[in-house]
Write a protein that binds this ligand. Structure first.
Ligand code: ARG
Length: 460
């Protein structure tokens, strides 16, 4: 068999299937760069602590640069016995520089190493994701502002409710994306907290300077406060996958709206060719596949989250090999989210809107509330005006006409306080603009929402 890093006390051979079952290299080789960075920082810390000479540390750092160059060039040769990225890199380093390579792992365990590598990898990725998320918000703000005059029906229960602005709908989704951005900002320092220097579980006897390592690696959250917790804690994985799952839920609700709006019956929007596909049978089809995939990935992500939680549940304190099962769920979560966010940005920046179809979707019945409010302004209690307006809706329905076809004289047969100026109620823009409270559907409020969102992006 192959020589194992941990083979000293072993005499028997590993079952070949066990070898495969145990190995994580196919998954965790993705963190080769972070594993090397972590080792370089650790070598420097060992030199600072007087465990390595400056020459030894230098030869380790340079040897690791060579290993990195091999990975980058696609020339790193994986050998039998390379159990995971940590053993593979150390094996190669020792081949390159000899005995000094064998000193790198002094006081270190793969337990504090793997947690460090993953956190480093995740911290970098989450910053890339944050940029993508913010780009999506930016695109939504730009459209909301540029198309602030476009009116559309707002729905509750997917039933016609009240007129809103297309931009108001956009900013509704932006508000959920902003919370995602805040959650991500809050999460970053907890991801970027350093486990290294915790050893297998009890700490480091060579007194490596953990603050120094944290600074070397850019861990903004400082160092993990307890060595047993440091090798035990996978909250950063669970929180990240939860963040991915919730952001995908938000994206999928946004996607679902657009899938409905792009259907033949609505026709409010049309996906650009770049994000749609056709049918192999029906020549006329243009399907919103990008949006459907986002919706599907949101479903799958619930499974990733449950997977991580279930792996962690009931594991005894400190490190257990169960944890290894989290990595592919985490990588998949990060990949799916990054792709989905960028696709969403592409869809949103190219989607064609059909303001006339949105106008057609508006009917004067959606102003029945406004009709009631007209009488409220004449001091009739709302509970009564609700009934009065309901009676008008019934009258229009009985006559088979639109609510707005009722004349002021018709309305006066229901209540005497309807004056001729009631005709001004039949104006969708006026209805939206009447809702001029902070966060309301008025144009002024909409532009204010956009301005505040931009300020948020600027300041945080
Ligand atoms: N490949 C392992 C993992 O991902 C690295 C840590 C191994 N530690 C150990 N004590 N066997 O979890």
């Amino acid at each position: 068999g192959t020589k194992k890093l941990w083979g000293g006390r072993f005499t028997g051979k590993t079952d070949p299937l066990m070898e495969k079952f145990n190995e994580s290299l196919p998954v965790d080789k993705r963190m080769w760069a972070e594993d090397i960075q972590g080792s370089q920082a650790y070598a420097k810390a060992l030199a600072k602590a007087g465990i390595l000479t400056q020459e030894e540390a230098k030869s380790i750092v340079e040897g690791l640069d060579t290993v990195a160059a091999e990975w980058r060039a696609g020339e790193f040769v994986i050998k039998a016995g390379d159990e995971d990225i940590h053993t593979a890199n150390e094996r190669r380093l020792t081949e390159l520089i000899g005995a000094a390579g064998g000193k790198l792992h002094t006081g270190r365990s793969r337990n504090d190493q793997v947690a460090t590598d993953t956190r480093l990898w995740l911290y970098n990725e989450l910053q890339v994701i944050r940029k993508a998320l913010r780009e999506l918000i930016r695109v939504a703000c730009d459209r909301a502002e540029a198309e602030a005059d476009v009116l559309m029906p707002g729905f509750t229960h997917l039933q016609n409710a009240q007129p809103v602005r297309w931009g108001h709908w956009l900013m509704a989704h932006c508000a959920s994306w902003q919370r995602d951005d805040m959650r991500l900002g809050d999460l970053l320092p907890r991801v970027a907290t350093l486990p290294l220097g915790s050893g297998a579980l009890a700490g480091n006897p060579f007194l490596v300077d953990r603050q120094f390592i944290a600074e070397e690696l850019g861990f903004i959250g400082g160092v993990c406060p307890n060595s047993m917790d440091a090798v035990s804690d996978r909250d950063f994985v669970a929180e990240t996958v939860f963040f991915c799952a919730l952001h995908l839920v938000h994206l999928s609700r946004w996607a679902e709206d657009l899938i409905i709006y792009s259907s033949g019956a609505f026709g409010f929007v049309q996906c650009s060719d770049a994000y749609a596909t056709g049918s192999s049978l029906m020549p006329q089809k243009k399907n919103p596949d990008a949006l459907e995939l986002i919706r599907g990935k949101a479903g799958k992500m619930q499974g990733n989250l449950m997977g991580v939680m279930a792996v962690l549940k009931g594991t005894p304190t400190t490190y257990n090999k169960d944890f290894q099962e989290c990595w592919d769920l985490m990588f998949d979560a990060v990949d799916s989210l990054h792709d989905s966010t960028r696709i969403a940005t592409g869809v949103l920046s190219t989607i064609i809107i059909k303001p006339e179809a949105m106008m057609k979707g508006l009917s004067s019945e959606m102003l029945a509330t406004d009709l009631a409010e007209y009488l409220v302004r004449k001091n009739v209690p709302f509970r009564e005006t609700h009934h009065i307006s309901g009676a008008a809706v019934k009258m229009a329905e009985d006559r088979g006409c639109a609510l707005s076809d009722l004349t002021p004289a018709d309305l006066r047969t229901i209540h005497p306080l309807f004056d001729d100026d009631v005709a001004a109620v039949w104006d969708f823009a006026r209805s939206a603009d009447a809702r001029d409270t902070e966060g309301g559907a008025s144009k002024r409020s909409l532009l204010e929402q956009v301005a505040k969102m931009r300020k948020y992006l600027e300041l945080s």
